[in-house]
Design a protein around this ligand. Structure first.
Ligand code: ADP
Ligand code: MG
Ligand code: MG
Length: 888
């Protein structure tokens, strides 16, 4: 190990070693602190220990490599020089914060220690130096609590209990009621508690303190909350975290001091107005912890909320102006909305963090459009600024304005969307009930990082305490969960059986509805409606469509779905699963009759009933999709999904077909398969029973002729499923052509149609060159292709896939995000071989992956012609396809 390597980067005090481009090495926080310092903004000086060192630390059994200690000592000394203080000096002590900071922001997942460098002697020095004894001892007690919690593993409850007891015994209500002498007593009890629990005193050596805190930050990279967060957000463990050590500035130095958080635009609506919260005479996380209710940053926001407490704009107009100038400078520089943490020490502003702010989808769209109008970014950049998956939030329902409702209470509109569900009070229970298929609303006093899994499982979240930047609010917005925060009237019973609000009682398990757009909470289930997609959304989508190369189609069977898809911008149907058209209660009987028929004539009788139904369906679809391509897949029913199960169902079929019920039962039994997914389905059914596909082709062609005659041009694309070999397709195509020709002759019409196949078996992918001799198009059925490539039943994988993810064998569920290495390779091979035989072959993808942004990215690289996905994902696919094209 060499000491040549640079593990420590200084920032502030006139110069910085790093800048924003070194985000991977310095973490987001460290890189941006360096950048802000270089921009000349007031940043307390400090240094960053790199993420590389974090990786090394873990490889090295959590030991410091040679040389690091010296680098840290030097860097601490440099901070001291800049601020004119000395670390550990009893007369003029330097205090620092020790902060985590990974490449991706992980709000609240890892630990921070403030006021490090205080001990029994330096605290006295700080008191003299500041002339404020109360401030010094307040800082010391905060430090002991934080350090003990984060580094020594003595839970904060120990300290909260001691403080509560002290307050009760002395008739104090607020922390601010305590004087220096009180804090000294509280500190004595804190230290005693630590010594009792650990068997050794609270560390007084400041270098030992610092070393412990740095270890704890590195250690926090692998704590449970961080692990869960990384898993949910696909952040690799290998990234590691950086550690930032920075001179303290104090927001708790009296009435001219404060601490706050701010956004340069409203992160919820995107409105171009400063937005934030602050607390006077407070430190660090006080604002987000929900201990005191924070005040609004601007006068406008205060008035809008009907708040009495002065805004920062009113309370400290000079400093506020300075802050505004910083906002403007940062937005111009980063060309994006910033999320900022600041502290004011006796009227002087200090910047402690900036990053591109997280935002709702609605805000992302508005900010992108506004910044484009402001000429800050281009249309293409605007398209890149909106995360495709986040559009899902907008496609969420909102409350039906006409629906009756019974309001229980109102909190803050922390994360948009409406949701209903059963009330639960703890996260484990929320997770368990959600797994059992319940919709739940998680109701908490406040949330903490330990609640992540429960918040994820819930359809909505309510908290009694905390502001718009509280943990619950930030995390819910990130997850796209509707959330109401700070519903202050709400009281949760200690035993967790119910909550009460305004004299009413709501028990666990009862349904409530929340509106994350207004902050309202209602009793019972309130009807919801779909959103209107115009304005900024439409604008960004238009820009996206200009950049997009691939077409986007929808998977749809019903006219309703097809119309929804069109409204969302679909350019055709990529997959019409004809078996889905039979799920209707009435039709399923005829389908069962067809499947269970013992003879060709029996089958034909059933098919005769189905023909007009199918023709009617196709006509409607063709009409809705006027002019756009429609791919109809011939029947592919895994038999087990269609066989009758109960006696009642058998009876129905018996009645309809005139067959004997006992015989039917026996027949159904004989059709049972061991592996229906690999059984008599897809084109195999077509091979055995030609009349089924013949009926379907007839229905398609007759409908196409009728609709074309009516003036809507139709080019049907007839798709044969589950082909493994060219010969299967050759045989079936011949039959399709024969029927098509016959229909056209009967109708006396000319009409183009295409015949193609799904590529959903590895053998088909590998022999795509031969299959392309008959197929005019391929549609990659990546659900089955994933299933057959992995040899993994998609109906059974749910029980063990989580283990695979947990052990890191799979990074993602391959049924959600395409496995590029294996399944993707087959797609590439098939595309290449298919094109070799037929250069103009049309290629698309129609599995679930067609609506998954990462998979779409891959598909763009392979150069397919279109993706097809469920109607509600069409906008997501349009945006993702545009971004993929731009990324090329
Ligand atoms: P997180 O990543 O959880 O936001 P931070 O490292 O940003 O954690 O620390 C949380 C808060 O602690 C900051 O927002 C700030 O208010 C306070 N803080 C951190 N470092 C300092 C410092 N050097 N001086 C004053 N306050 C600090
Ligand atoms: Mg924090
Ligand atoms: Mg922070």
């Amino acid at each position: 190990m060499t000491t040549e390597q640079k593990w420590v980067y200084n920032f502030g005090g006139g110069s910085s070693d790093g800048d924003a481009s070194l985000k991977n090495l310095l973490g987001g926080k460290g890189a941006n602190l360096a950048e802000m310092a270089s921009l000349g903004l007031p940043v307390p000086p400090g240094f960053t220990i790199t993420t590389d060192l974090c990786t090394l630390y873990y490889q090295n059994d959590r030991k410091w490599p040679n040389g690091l200690e010296q680098m840290v000592d030097n860097a601490v000394a440099r901070i001291g020089e800049v601020v004119g203080k000395v670390f550990g000096d009893t007369g003029n002590p330097l205090l620092v914060s020790v902060r985590s900071g990974a490449r991706a922001s992980m709000p609240g997942m890892m630990d921070t220690v403030l006021n490090l460098g205080l001990n029994d002697e330096t605290v006295a020095g700080l008191a003299t130096l500041s002339g404020d004894e109360r401030f010094a001892y307040d800082s010391y007690r905060r430090f002991i609590q934080m350090y003990s919690d984060v580094v020594l593993g003595v839970g904060h409850h120990t300290f909260e209990d001691l403080l509560d007891t002290y307050k009760e015994e002395n008739d104090f209500f607020l922390d601010t009621d305590l004087k220096a002498a009180d804090w000294k007593q509280v500190i004595a009890s804190y230290k005693q508690a630590v010594e009792q629990e650990l068997g050794r005193p609270f560390p007084q050596d400041v270098r030992e303190q610092l070393r412990g805190a740095i270890d704890a930050v590195f250690g926090s990279w692998r704590n449970d909350r961080a692990n869960t967060y990384r898993r949910l957000h696909n952040i690799p463990e290998s990234w590691g975290t950086a550690v930032n050590v920075q001179a303290m500035v104090f927001g708790n130095m009296g009435e001219s001091s404060a601490t706050g958080v701010a956004f340069t635009r409203d992160p919820s609506t995107g409105e171009n107005a400063y937005y934030g919260e602050f607390l006077i005479n407070a430190q660090g996380e006080d604002v987000v912890a929900g201990i005191r209710t924070p005040q609004a940053l601007t006068k406008r926001a205060r008035e809008a909320m009907g708040d009495d407490a002065a805004s920062l704009e009113e309370a400290m107009p000079e400093t506020y102006k300075e802050l505004e100038a910083v906002f403007q400078k940062l937005e111009k520089h980063y060309r994006d909305m910033q999320d900022i943490e600041f502290t004011i020490q006796q009227g002087k502003l200090w910047m402690l963090q900036t990053r591109n702010g997280k935002r709702t989808a609605k805000a992302a769209l508005k900010i992108a459009v506004d910044m484009c109008d402001e000429k800050l970014i281009t249309e293409e950049e605007a398209v890149m600024r909106v995360e495709p998956g986040s559009l899902d939030q907008l496609l969420h329902p909102s409350l039906d304005p006409d629906a009756p409702r019974d309001q229980l209470t109102k909190g803050l509109p922390a994360s948009p969307g409406a949701a209903s569900g059963e009330v639960v009070f703890n996260s484990d229970e929320a997770e368990r009930l959600a797994q059992e298929g319940h919709k739940v609303i998680l109701v908490r006093v406040e949330t903490s990082p330990e609640d992540i899994h429960g918040m994820h499982a819930a359809t909505g979240i309510v908290t009694a305490r905390g502001g718009m930047t509280s943990h619950a609010a930030v995390v819910a917005r990130g997850m796209g969960r509707p959330c109401v925060c700070g519903a202050g009237e709400l009281r949760i019973e200690k035993d967790g059986s119910s909550f009460s609000v305004a004299g009413r009682q709501v028990a666990k398990g009862e349904k409530i509805t929340i509106d994350g757009n207004t902050g309202q909470v209602f009793f019972g289930e309130v009807k919801t409606v779909q959103p209107e997609l115009s304005g900024d959304f439409a604008k960004v989508m238009t820009w996206a469509d200009k950049c997009r190369r691939m077409k986007v189609r929808a998977n749809a069977e019903t006219p309703l779905d097809a119309r929804t898809a069109l409204d969302f911008g679909a350019e055709g149907i990529g997959l019409c699963r004809t078996e889905h058209m039979f799920f209707d209660a009435e039709r399923i009987i005829a389908v069962r009759e067809m499947i269970l028929a013992e003879s060709k004539s029996g089958r034909e009788a059933a098919l005769t009933k189905l023909l007009p139904m199918q023709r009617g369906d196709f006509k409607e679809l063709f009409e809705v999709m006027s002019g756009f391509p429609v791919t109809v897949r011939l029947l592919d029913p895994p038999l087990h999904e269609f066989l009758p199960h109960s006696d009642n169902e058998i009876e129905e079929v018996a009645k309809a077909s005139g067959m004997d019920a006992e015989k039917l039962k026996a027949r159904a039994h004989s059709l049972k398969e061991f592996n229906p997914m690999l059984g008599h389905r897809g084109c195999r059914l077509g091979v055995s029973y030609p009349e089924i596909y013949e009926m379907q082709v007839r229905a398609i062609m007759e409908a196409a002729c009728d609709v074309s005659a009516g003036g809507d041009p139709v080019t049907p694309e007839i798709m044969i499923p589950l082909v493994a070999q060219k010969k299967e397709l050759s045989l079936l195509k011949e039959r399709v052509d024969a029927i098509a020709k016959a229909v056209l002759a009967e109708k006396g019409q000319e009409l183009d149609y295409m015949v193609g196949t799904m590529i959903e078996l590895p053998r088909a992918a590998l022999t795509a060159d031969k299959i392309a001799e008959d197929a005019e198009f391929f549609s990659f059925g990546t659900n089955d292709l994933t299933q057959t490539t992995f040899g993994l039943s998609r109906d059974d994988a749910g029980t063990f896939l989580p283990d695979y993810i947990r052990h890191g064998i799979l990074e993602r569920d391959p049924f959600v995000t395409l496995d590029q290495e294996g399944v993707g390779e087959l797609v590439e091979i098939a595309a290449e071989r298919g094109r070799k035989t037929r250069p103009d072959i049309k290629l698309g993808i129609c599995g679930e992956h067609g609506g998954d942004p990462d998979s779409i990215h891959f598909v763009e690289k392979v150069g397919l012609d279109y993706v097809s996905c469920s109607p509600y994902r069409v906008p997501i696919a349009r945006l993702a396809a545009a971004q993929s094209a731009l990324a090329k």
